[in-house]
Design a protein around this ligand. Structure first.
Ligand code: URA
Length: 248
């Protein structure tokens, strides 16, 4: 994955966005089916600036084109789908337009949620952004709503806040995490790390069992209440800024 180039030939740009081979794009252009600012672009060699406003300016057969490279989106991940490009069963990528599987640079998830975790999942083709969000250096806080099998004992918040909890099979203790109790079996847990099955393992270390897990926010970016499970939307620059604007 790499950052979006400043400009690309029309045939390369649309082929990289999954609209067909370069030869097919050349034919579409020649036939006047691609318009930029209302004018046909018949020359597929023409270099097109790769800017976020292209979908508002370019159409193919009268329909706005997809967002160009530099695409980041939020998905309300439903239960039962896997964050993987190639495992068996339903995948998060199946929830996006089929053409997007052909995109180059490819879209990847920013971190992962377990198959049986729902909530805010970010996806991007911007490798730099992906690394900034997952890098421990940036301390992007991840807030989870956790439903438990048994009532909380009462010492969980203090144990998590102190840091130093050692998860089974690990050699490095956990960083401090913030837990807020909403009811005897419901809590909000905010982490700045992203270890494998971390939330489930933290509660297992406290003798409990997580029965439902939902991610509500990443940094200052929350899953909007009107984004249904399985639905997604493209992020604006202000949303991306919010990820790094805390809380952390
Ligand atoms: N912690 C977990 O246990 N699972 C997730 O999906 C995310 C955090």
């Amino acid at each position: 994955m790499s950052k979006a180039p400043a400009s690309l030939r029309l045939d390369r740009l649309l082929a990289n966005m999954g609209y067909g081979s370069r030869r097919e794009i050349q034919a579409l252009a020649k036939n006047g089916r691609i318009l930029l600012d209302g004018e046909p672009v018949r020359d597929a060699d023409r270099r097109i600036p790769v800017t976020g406003d292209l979908p508002a300016r370019m159409t193919l057969d009268g329909r706005a084109i997809d967002p160009p490279p530099g695409l980041t989106l939020m998905l309300h991940k439903p239960l039962g789908v896997t964050c993987s490009h190639k495992e068996a069963g339903a995948l998060v990528y199946d929830l996006l337009p089929a053409r997007w599987r052909q995109r180059d640079p490819a879209i990847s998830t920013i971190g992962r949620l377990d198959k049986e975790t729902s909530g805010l999942l970010l996806m991007t083709d911007d490798g730099d952004l992906l690394h900034r969000v997952i890098s421990p250096r940036h301390h992007v806080a991840k807030r989870y709503r956790v439903t438990l099998d048994r009532p909380l004992r009462g010492d969980e918040a203090a144990t998590f806040a102190a840091g130093g909890l050692m998860l089974e099979g690990e050699t490095k203790p956990l960083l401090p995490a913030v837990m807020e109790t909403l009811s005897p079996t419901l809590a909000l847990l905010t982490l700045t790390e992203g270890r494998y099955h971390q939330v489930r393992r933290m509660f297992a270390a406290m003798g409990n069992h997580v029965t439902a897990l939902h991610r509500e926010s990443l940094g200052g970016l929350a899953l909007p209440g009107d984004l249904e499970p399985g639905a997604w939307r493209v992020l604006e620059a202000t949303d991306i800024a919010a990820i790094f604007a805390g809380p952390n």
